[in-house]
Design a protein around this ligand. Structure first.
Ligand code: AMP
Ligand code: MG
Length: 472
């Protein structure tokens, strides 16, 4: 059986200015680390074929499958607030798009596939650690039901990549509903290319938001999608770490798992990224950073919003200003569910905030504190518990219903940084068992089997990882 990608490429049909066409750069000696069989099946692919020598050659960039239209996408972006007019895929190659069994169109991209015209000083490669990390965390996000890019496969290249030290090279096959970013719009806006902006907006509306119809409608839809997304992140204690506009997907999926992390002990000011010295992308600041990123999208879309500039600015500003209310509602919905609440009362936001404050003061583990609501609650939450119990009493749910609602809203296990680092360390030594174990356990985050109970544990003293690195 041959490679069975059934490509249907629409981005590659956009004008030349959108990308540079080129093939991945072949690698010396590819080897499989992981193939995601369930995702492969969703895409109408066969995991066994992907593992075969022919499939491996495609996943490593050594062969271009039939029907692919390989290209590197152009984009710009604000990185830590500073604008870079040209970024683009410096080490990723989009092979093409596939419409899955569910009817959803998805990009198939090789990340770490060699230099492109957008590589600047970079080598176009990725190393095994970040590839394993993105595989684990993006798949864990998907299992938590949070919109995200996916990982179809991870392979080693048999080549060395030089970072702080020589590291084994690797390629991640990333699947996304698209890789179009806020920075893609900025790329054409800064060039004053209204025709390209128009083409991009039409492409995105048709692909992601068919109900949107106009550029303003598109902005509204992205604002709403991002408000929902960041509320989901907050609900699981996720810190993205590099919320630059080039890492903000128009689709509303989480993208770019670099120095990201799930919090262990809760604190709203928690930061992980080693390069985020100012705490710009701290847990508690993520919503306001998103507003800032969406304002950049609004600015980029202005040329499409009609001749009357004042009216356009006003409409775009209003659209961005809807974020706080949309976010507040999504956040409250998220945390109401985490408290097992089915009805709505005015005091609910205060009840959630009181819990978070008690958790921060006691330095409780975010995931386990919420999970404990359905069982043995940490003693530090005893005073808060009384208000909660009184609130619950005003709802009709049976204890059984409530327990199952709590268990369905509060994961037992999240991808903890110390576990990821241990899996990477073992992988670097040639042992992928901890990596596969972790992926297996994170695939069902709301149900943790007794033998795997230790995966719910926060890091023991000395095991904490306090910084995650961009050295990807
Ligand atoms: P990121 O930090 O992964 O969002 O990447 C920011 C920009 O740097 C993007 O344009 C990437 O394509 C580019 N980049 C990151 N790492 C490399 C690399 N090793 N080689 C070439 N370009 C890279
Ligand atoms: Mg990026």
């Amino acid at each position: 059986m041959g490679m069975n990608f059934d490509f249907d490429n629409t981005y590659a049909a956009l004008p030349e200015a959108f990308y540079a066409r080129l093939d991945p750069t072949p690698v010396a000696a590819p080897g499989i680390v992981a193939v995601n069989d369930l995702l492969a099946a969703e895409l109408g692919l066969d995991g066994a074929v992907l593992r075969s020598p022919e499939g491996l050659a495609v996943l490593a960039g050594n062969a271009v499958p039939e029907g692919a239209a390989p290209l590197a996408q152009a984009y710009a972006g604000h990185q830590f607030g500073g604008f870079v007019p040209q970024l683009g895929d410096g080490r990723a190659i989009l092979l093409g798009e596939v419409v899955g069994r569910d009817g959803r169109r998805r990009d198939i991209q090789l990340k770490g596939a060699g230099r492109t015209p957008y590589s600047r000083m970079g080598d176009g490669r990725a190393w095994l650690g970040p590839v394993m990390r993105e595989y684990i965390v993006s798949e864990a996000m998907a299992a938590l039901g949070i919109p995200t890019t996916r990982a179809l496969a991870a392979v080693t290249t048999g080549e060395t990549v030089v970072r702080e030290a020589p590291m084994p090279g690797a390629v991640l096959t990333r699947v996304a509903s698209s890789h179009i970013r806020v920075g893609t719009f900025q790329y054409f806006a800064v060039r004053g290319d209204a025709a390209a902006l128009e083409a991009l907006a039409s492409h995105v509306i048709a692909r992601h938001y068919p109900e949107a119809e106009t550029p303003l409608g598109l902005l509204d839809a992205v604002v709403a999608a991002q408000a929902r997304l960041v509320a989901r992140w907050m609900g699981v204690g996720f810190i993205h770490g590099v919320m630059n506009t080039d890492n903000t997907a128009i689709s509303g999926e989480t993208i770019d798992y670099g120095p990201c992390a799930f919090m262990d002990a809760y604190h709203p000011g928690r930061v992980f990224s080693s390069i985020d010295r100012m705490g710009r992308y701290a847990y508690g600041r993520q919503p306001e950073i998103l507003v800032w990123n969406l304002a950049q999208l609004a600015t980029a879309l202005l040329p499409l919003m009609g001749e009357d500039t004042d009216a356009a600015v006003e409409a775009a500003t209003e659209a961005v200003n809807r974020f706080p209310d949309l976010y507040a509602a999504a956040w409250l919905g998220e945390f109401r569910a985490k408290l097992g609440l089915k009805t709505e009362e005015d005091g609910d936001a205060a009840l959630v905030t009181a819990l978070l404050t008690a958790m921060a003061e006691a330095g409780l583990d975010f995931t386990n504190a919420f999970r404990s609501l359905g069982g043995d609650m940490p003693p530090a939450l005893a005073p808060w518990r009384e208000t909660w119990v009184a609130r619950l009493a005003r709802e009709g749910a049976t204890p059984e219903d409530r327990a199952s609602a709590l268990a369905a809203a509060n994961p037992a296990v999240i991808p903890r940084t110390h576990r990821i680092e241990a899996a990477i360390e073992a992988g670097l030594a040639g042992d992928y068992a901890p990596f596969h174990d972790l992926n297996r356990i994170l695939a069902t985050p709301f149900a943790l089997a007794a033998p795997d109970a230790a995966y719910a544990d926060p890091p023991a003293p000395g095991e904490e990882v306090t910084r995650t690195f961009c050295g990807t």
